[in-house]
Design a protein around this ligand. Structure first.
Ligand code: HEC
Length: 446
């Protein structure tokens, strides 16, 4: 921490404050008061008021300082939130007094925005796929953006470029109108974004912690979004105002995926700690381990969880390569070593499962895995666990998704290609790279 004598660092002391309290509303995709704080020149310049936000050397003349300084315990900024702490306000004042210098390494400056989207020289690894429930779109994770494709693979409908360089999950709301995104910049920040599909605008963004966030999901009524963190915590927020309504720390490892119960009053989480846990939403309390917690019962962590569309049964996949369906609520008292909630196991995949999903009508399941650089996708009947089709692919598969019509699944991963696969036969009907790759030919001019 900076003391009175020391130089205050923008990168180490000031930027983290702006990141967690201001940039959600002041970034290229969402600029409250036409003010962007993610670009250093614009941070100094200010917004629609045309008052200089930061006057170098003069905190008393800096509009930003007047807006963050509380009067009768209330401050204009951060808008609608608690004022910054006295220590934070003091740091900002002193940094401006010392000349408001930018010591952030170039690599940490925001390079991309909706007006200046990323340019690709190679296909990025794909970590997330999700079809909109109305069947129109397929959301694909990109670098710094979510690529919204037409579901039939005919082309790109929108590019949603935000602050996070890495996108871990992008999931449509139940009404297909919005997308919740978790991601971040590894070792620097985590972020939750909510986008409106029709207007392609960022409705909400919040930076959280210092590492990427995982496993965003919607409550069935679309009012809540849950997500997991690498600091072992699980969270849920209200979509309307971004307020956190659930915080739980029951896991002992990264929380990688989350899903709500049918009526939205329970949340299920899976983790690297090998367990699937049940949390009560209104009380935020840990209720039960859904999977066995006997040492050795589960080999390795769990990466993915989905809920049956019509009942409280959970499909999970992880390091042991076996998709399994569990009852959410136990109907027998726990005995040490039991795995009573297990309903059935499905044909194993090669390697680790990274993604699993039910079909919209609940009659099928799909899973995708990765083993030594080879990918596999398997589709099975939900009721009798009979395999319907299977396909091996180049490059590990990190994401699978069922089209709502039940005839096609999408699968993608390390190779950066999206494959559309016919459910009945396991045959690829179409493959495409979800981004435009710029190839520069020596001597050629565009
Ligand atoms: C919840 C959204 C939100 C958050 C968080 C937020 N702001 Fe704002 N900010 C706005 C909006 C909207 C405006 C436009 C004026 C208004 O509506 O009050 C604004 C205006 C401003 C302006 C004036 C720009 C101009 O020239 O007119 C400054 C400076 C500012 N904010 C600084 C901050 C700082 C510093 C923080 C963090 C400590 C912060 N804001 C957090 C929404 C937000």
């Amino acid at each position: 921490m900076a003391d009175d004598e020391a130089n205050i660092s923008y990168y180490k002391d000031i930027r983290p404050i702006f990141q967690s309290h201001c940039q959600g509303c002041h970034q290229p995709a969402k600029k409250g008061g036409e003010y962007v704080m993610t670009d250093f020149a614009l941070l100094l310049q200010g917004g629609e008021s045309e008052e200089a936000a930061v006057v170098t050397g003069k905190p008393a003349e800096s509009y930003l300082v007047s807006l963050i300084t509380p009067v009768d315990g209330k401050a204009e900024m951060p808008k609608g939130k608690k004022p910054l702490s006295v220590v934070e306000i003091d740091l900002i004042r002193k940094w401006i007094e010392q000349g408001a210098e930018n010591d952030a390494p170039a690599s940490t400056q925001l390079k991309f925005s909706m007006d200046n989207p990323p340019v690709y020289s190679a296909a990025p690894v794909i970590t997330s796929l999700h079809y909109s429930p109305d069947g129109k779109y397929l959301a694909v994770s990109g670098y710094h953006e979510v690529l919204v494709h037409h579901a039939d693979g005919s082309g790109l409908a929108a590019r949603l470029v935000g602050m996070s360089e890495r996108i871990e999950t992008a999931r449509f709301s139940p009404d297909s109108g919005k997308i919740a995104v978790t991601g971040g910049s590894p070792g620097r920040m985590g972020e939750l974004q909510v986008w409106d599909i029709n207007s392609k605008s960022l409705l909400f963004a919040q930076t959280i912690g210092y590492d990427t966030l995982y496993g965003a999901n919607w409550s069935p009524d679309g009012t809540l979004i849950s997500y997991g963190c690498p600091d072992n915590t699980t969270h849920a927020i209200q979509v309307a105002d971004g307020k956190e309504i659930l915080f739980n720390g029951a896991h002992n490892g990264w929380v990688l995926d989350t899903v709500f119960s049918v009526n939205g009053d329970h949340l299920v989480t899976v983790s690297r700690d090998r367990s699937m846990k049940l949390i009560n939403v209104p009380t935020q309390r840990f209720i039960d381990n859904v999977t066995s917690i006997t040492p050795g019962a589960l080999k390795g962590g769990l990466n993915s969880v989905d809920r049956h569309p019509g009942k409280d049964e959970l499909l999970c996949g992880g390091a042991d390569g076996v998709p399994k369906v569990y009852k959410m609520f136990r109907d027998k008292a726990r005995k040490i070593g039991d795995d009573f909630n297990l309903i059935r196991a499905y044909p194993a995949l090669e390697g680790r499962i990274f993604s699993t999903q039910f079909s919209k009508d609940g009659t099928r399941i799909v899973s995708g895995s990765s083993f030594n650089g080879v990918g596999q996708v398997k589709i099975a009947n939900y009721e009798d666990a009979k395999e319907i089709s299977s396909i091996d692919l180049d490059g590990g598969i990190f994401a699978v998704a069922f089209h709502p019509d039940g005839t096609t699944v999408a699968a993608a991963g390390f190779s950066g290609e999206v494959h559309l696969i016919e459910v009945a036969t396991g045959k690829i009907t179409k493959s495409f790279v979800p981004v435009n790759i710029e190839t520069t030919v020596a001597g050629a001019e565009e």
